[in-house]
Design a protein. Sequence first.
Length: 502
Amino acid sequence: MKKSKSILVTSAVVASLALGTVSTAVTSQTSQASIIDNIQNIFSGAGSGISTTGGIDVKSLETKGITIPAGTDLSNSDADTQKAAIEAAIGGTPTFYGMIPAKVTSVDATDENTGMIHFGPDFSNLGTIGTALQGISGIILKADVPYKTASSITFKNNATSLNTKKGDKIDLEDSSLYQMSESGAKVHVIDNGGFNYAYPGTYSITVQAVGSTKSDETTLTVNVLDATIQNANQTVLQGSDWSSSNKATAQDSLGQALDLTSSNVNTNKVGSQTVTYTGVDPSLGADGEPITFTFTGTVNVVKADANLTVNFQDASTSQIVDTTTLTGASGQSVDITAPSGYDLVNSSDSSVTLQKGSNAKTVQVIKSGSSVATPFSGTIATFPNGGVVPLYNGEGTQSTRSLGADSAWQSDQTKTINGEKYYRVSTDEWVKASQVYEYSGQSRSITTNSGAVKALYATDGTRSNRSLAPSSAWFTDKLANINGTQMYRVSTNEWVAASDVN
């Protein structure tokens, strides 16, 4: 059938040219016979590189139409976008009868989702003859194909995630939760990702908008939120300002901080009182309203029975540079802040637990931006896979020397420079603590405990894909604290937990 149609078109075009109806396209150097030969080659698939061996017949689409991928507004798209969307919709390049290239000549949009695509022949690679053929065959070779745009689906406001409070029931097929390009489309849940509104977590769901067209299967996220509170139970001094002394904080299961307020506490009355906290989550719920959580706690109002005098001593000069007195109740934890222009040498001094009665404490400080050295005796090593490690002088300026990877060094001092800890490895050469680890030398065999295989870890604490068999013996040369766990080294960059051996 396609062949007979193409012959009819060829005959019509050739006849028109033979009658001289396109004489403006024929130069004085071109004979009528050669023009006819060129046209016959074009329509037989042999001419000038525009022949088509396949493609999609746009004439066959005039009745059934096509569905454009969601998110494309053909009426407001450039030519390249139109071409890509149409070829994606029809599954190939447009042609007439699978032989003659076709192109979009215009798009008439009814609205942003429906309209008509007009196709004509594409002889753009044939120069002057192509122009002539375009004009003639355009009368015969044309197709008007109706189109509609596939539905798209997101949550409301074009969001790809939805938040809901634990225990608040939602129906994932409720169309009011979604934004769909086609009015009246229904929501089909293809995969609910194990969603359960009673259990906090992040669920990936796959949904599809179903109307006159179907949207792509779209993956969206549903967060079922719970929240926790810290310092709900507190001890405060009689007569204190509860609004400023309240140290309760809360966050949701995504780690987002809640805007926390509380009921009032009468700090003039000694004894325990129940306090109610209300936390507002930064995320809105499925109904577009703020998500709130409620907590209760106990506040114990006590009389002051403890005084602590804190003397701040300059670690460089040994001079007392400031003194403050902290008053509270025995057992109460209070913060210590360095005097203006100074920093605490030891972070452990940033808080203290008060003891009943009058007491005193000396805290080491240094001038802000300066450094102080502390005696230390131990061995450190660079990481096996960390590359060379730069050295610094006592003021924190990088030198031209460095330490090799997986090399061990004796250190006799530590120093804090601009808030960062260093180890000294020679007279005035220091290495950053973040680029080494402390260890104690070993030279003995260890045996893994019976039972399951024993996990191995890299020096930075990451889990290895290898393990040790139970009840197996190994030689170790180092014992170190890796991410808070005592471990023995059994190969260049593999460690086993001390609790897994004997």
